[in-house]
Design a binder for this molecule. Structure first.
Ligand code: FE2
Ligand code: FE2
Length: 305
């Protein structure tokens, strides 16, 4: 299990879906999926993001366990995609004095999703605004298209934590220990991959902050060696290769194009390029192909049926 403890005042209140087989109905999951949510207790109590529909009960239990009979003052909405926003209305009903914090785009979307009277309850924030909740100060940075237009990240200045929304997320439940790179890469390319420019813009903003911890909306909390993860995001979002090699993507109805691909691979190998991989697009899951390719060279593949 990943260590999801944060600090005396900040608790992980998320949960994992161990039964889910496809994320967003299309990305294969073999080790479940976590949906993260966080609670900060201070003079004002704050929750950052709600949770997926299927995990509502366990999430509400986590809130009760951590908050007891105390009130909840704010819900910060980083992202309106239903895996994080489903329970906004549930929480708004449970805590009628709670204010909702988002940007203008958040509320444009929210009013189409829910029927909540926001007249006394919404706090609209802009780039750089700070919400002072006591010891903790929450600063907001917009991250449009990482990967929806309303996405924003929150920087907690006192403990120097970035709540990074879907950024730095990963497939897999946090109860299961596995290597970060593989499933974080596959998550990145499946979910955020085409918004490299926007991710670069976010990384630029993060580079101006002193960051000690990254708390994403999926996957483990990143506590050490943050440069490593930020560097991976930098490579992925700038479409640079992580390692040198040639990937030959092919599809072949009668097997002849595959023969050509094999021949190209053979020639490249002879020329000294070691990492050559053929991806047979007629057979490989498109969300797996690249990752698979780097792990399992397929030069020997003969049958094409
Ligand atoms: Fe999302
Ligand atoms: Fe998400």
């Amino acid at each position: 299990m990943s260590d999801m403890t944060i600090s005396k005042d900040i608790a992980y209140i998320g949960a994992s879906d161990m039964k889910i087989k496809l994320f967003e109905g299309q990305y294969i999951l073999e080790k479940g999926m976590s949906y993260n949510s966080y609670l900060i207790k201070d003079e004002k109590n704050v929750i950052l993001d709600t949770i997926d529909e299927k995990l509502t009960d366990i999430w509400l239990e986590n809130i009760d366990k951590n908050l007891g009979s105390e009130g909840l003052d704010y819900l910060i909405i980083s992202h309106m995609e239903p895996d994080h926003s489903y329970n906004i209305e549930v929480l708004a009903k449970k805590y009628p004095n709670m204010k909702l914090v988002g940007n203008q785009m958040t509320f444009n979307i929210l009013s189409n999703f829910f029927n909540i009277d926001l007249s006394e309850r919404k706090i609209v924030v802009k780039e750089g605004d700070i919400l002072d909740i006591g010891k903790h100060k929450l600063q907001f940075f917009m991250a449009p298209m990482v990967h929806w237009p309303e996405v924003m990240v929150t920087y907690e200045q006192t403990e120097k934590i970035v709540f990074s929304a879907d950024g730095f997320g990963k497939f897999g439940a946090v109860e299961i220990e596995d290597e970060w790179d593989c499933e974080a890469r596959r998550y990145y390319f499946g979910i955020v991959g085409k918004y490299g420019v926007q991710v670069q813009a976010l990384l630029k903003k993060l580079s101006t902050l002193d960051v000690k911890m990254i708390c994403p909306l999926h996957g483990p909390i990143l506590k050490e060696n943050l440069e490593y993860y930020i560097n991976k995001y930098n490579i992925w979002s700038s479409y640079e290769p992580e390692k040198e090699g040639v990937y030959i993507a092919c599809s072949s109805i009668y097997g002849n194009t595959l023969k050509v691909a094999n021949k190209i691979a053979e020639i490249l190998k002879q020329k000294g390029i070691e990492n050559v991989v053929i991806g047979d697009l007629t057979k490989e899951d498109w969300a797996e192909a690249v990752e698979d390719a780097f792990k399992y060279p397929k030069l020997d593949r003969k049958a094409h049926v």
